[in-house]
Design a protein around this ligand. Structure first.
Ligand code: NAP
Length: 245
């Protein structure tokens, strides 16, 4: 089911409609802000999560691209309600969970804009801080993009997720007959559980890998997968799977 509040939201009436709707459904629907919604990952995550019983609040720089994405989501069978936000702070203010679908540099920039409104909220870092030549990370070995984000948002629950899955995997998260694993790291048990549910809705098998410092490994894992993908021409359709008994 799709909530067709989008035109009203765009006309500036969205705050009221949203607040009324939120009160009514507060116990059942979580609001998820996706900032960078029109990028490769942002659009893949938005479409995937539209299958869930959520309220999606999308933010992107270019309105035309955002219109196309909203129409695309409206045209598929979805449970989610979909709306747009005018700025990251509004998206963060309305949201229970904030997904930063942004490059590492932009993630840090946007963190400053949402700092006040993201207090006690889950903020998901999907970024892989790759260097320009894709042969290393720009972060030092004793930190990670997610840990740097946590430093900028000390009162938020930063969780690493979706960084080990390629955007191309989302339309079919089963590769070679196996459901792709998606690793999650963070310091708050309840937040890890909530994000595991999002990952499941998106079609991946969630694996809680450990605390936020495990992001160092997760970000390096995706660097390796990118390098292997380039070497062996996986065409971005590749993922991680832990085989076990
Ligand atoms: N692509 C993948 O398969 C993949 C897989 C796992 C993780 N990741 C990670 O996901 C993140 C996004 O990657 P992507 O491939 O989706 O990149 P992308 O297609 O270039 O999308 C990036 C998005 O961020 C927005 N953006 C860029 N700079 C911004 C800023 N300063 N303020 C606000 N918005 C800004 C862009 O908006 P405009 O287009 O309007 O500028 C765009 O919507 C990266 O950190 C990447 O490491 C990617």
């Amino acid at each position: 089911m799709l909530f067709l509040a989008y035109p009203q939201w765009r006309l500036g009436m969205h705050r009221r409609s949203f607040a009324l709707s939120k009160t009514k459904n507060m116990k059942t629907k979580k609001t998820i802000a996706i900032i960078g919604a029109t990028g490769n990952m942002g659009s893949a995550i938005s479409k995937s999560l539209s299958k869930g019983n959520y309220r999606l609040l999308l933010k992107a720089n270019e309105e035309d691209k955002l219109d196309v994405l909203v129409k695309e989501i409206e045209s598929i069978q979805t449970k989610a309600e979909v709306g747009v936000a005018v700025c990251p702070a509004e998206a963060g203010w309305e949201a229970d969970i904030i997904i930063l679908a942004l490059p590492f540099g932009a993630e840090k920039e946007v963190a400053k804009k949402i700092k006040e409104v993201a207090n006690q909220k889950i903020v998901i870092s999907i970024s892989n801080p790759l260097n320009e030549t894709f042969d290393g990370l720009v972060t030092a070995s004793d930190t990670s993009a997610a840990e740097e984000l946590q430093k900028l948002l000390p009162n938020s629950k930063v969780i690493k997720a979706f960084n080990t899955t390629f955007a191309a995997d989302f339309s079919s998260p089963v590769i070679d007959g196996k459901q792709v694993d998606a690793f999650i790291a963070g310091n708050d048990e309840e937040a890890l559980q909530t994000v595991s549910e999002l990952v499941t809705t998106a079609g991946f098998n969630p694996i809680v890998a450990g605390d936020l410092s495990i992001s160092r490994t997760l970000e390096s894992m995706q660097l390796l997968l990118i390098q292997l993908g380039i070497k062996y021409n996986y065409n971005w359709l590749a993922g991680w799977k832990i085989l076990h008994n």
